[in-house]
Design a protein around this ligand. Sequence first.
Ligand SMILES: Nc1ncnc2c1ncn2[C@@H]1O[C@H](COP(=O)(O)OP(=O)(O)O)[C@@H](O)[C@H]1O
Ligand SMILES: [Mg+2]
Length: 374
Amino acid sequence: MIEFIDVCKKYKGTTVIDGFNLKIEKGNIVALIGESGSGKTTLLKMINRLIKLSEGQILVNGTDIGTWDPIELRRKIGYVIQQHGLFPHMTIKENIQIIPQLLGKRGEFLEAKTKALLELVGLDPKIFIDRYPAQLSGGQQQRVGVARALITDPEIILMDEPFSALDPMTRSDLQDQLLNIQEEFNKTIVFVTHDMDEAIKLADKICILRNGKILQYDTPENILKHPNGEYVEQFIGKGKIWNNPALIKPIDAAIANPGTISKKRTVLQAMETMREKKIDGLLVVDKDKVLLGYVGLSKMKKIEHGQLTIEQVMSSDVPTIDENGTLIDVVDQFSNTQLGYLAIVDEEDRLKGLITRSSLLSLLGSQFIEKGDE
Ligand SMILES: Nc1ncnc2c1ncn2[C@@H]1O[C@H](COP(=O)(O)OP(=O)(O)O)[C@@H](O)[C@H]1O
Ligand SMILES: [Mg+2]
């Protein structure tokens, strides 16, 4: 875990990072994002002590990095920068091995590892290992940069705009590779980007910065759904959530308070509730909100005996959707059937909400409506 505690950074009296507090969980990928000059690089370089703090502390796994041996720090924290930072007069192998060499590591093991890492980042060692950086494309050089950062098995990898100079195809490919590496080795990765799409794709959590302060630190999903203020909203771009429909959950399309009733109530009571709420159906739930069935108004009108219990008249095959499903599943369900409604349930079948055709339409329509017009 990486923890910033009341960190400040001043350059000649100008404060660029102010009272900064942030916790990065082990194994997470965190994106630092913000305009140029917002302090992203400064924050990253403070983690590996390339820049000194003016005030405060940074803890890694509970220990103040100020007390670490600098060499140990370099070994535990890999660093990838935008223009890869490869030494032009060294071969790919020499570039990758530079830190282990400095640490006095040599031999067969290091050779084997260098080759394995080149393969991991998608470069054939037979072709590339003895080449010079200038003989590689930008994307290939950046792959070498990633391999170099991994050679010491660091727990933490810091990346400063690692993919921003690459063409879209190469960038997307390297992003996928990073996700694979993260999945396989469970590294803690902190990366700087100015690309919100990249942050959404890669990060477990996104930290939005402005003038050295945090505007919002949350999951991509929460940031897209609940941007903290106008600046964040503008920064992430209007309607961005619609580029990422998998982040929209069934509950986002639900009506606020679906009518419910217990199975012991009577038909008369159900009709009264529906009249009062101006709705034409009720979901039947038990005291733990477990969904048992549905009663619709049209069916009740045919039943003379108002004293019958709900249990006797309800239909128990209610169409449901898992609360962890996506909007795409919701649309699928609706388009495959004639259903007018869909109950949202959790793993224990407890009722979480109700989607109707019209609540779904109003969510889908909201992407075309400016805030304030509603
Ligand atoms: N060595 C330095 N001396 C003075 N000011 C600096 C120095 N390095 C960075 N800054 C200032 O600190 C602020 C944050 O810079 P930086 O961390 O590089 O931002 P970002 O990476 O978000 O673009 C900027 O206003 C920048 O001008
Ligand atoms: Mg920067």
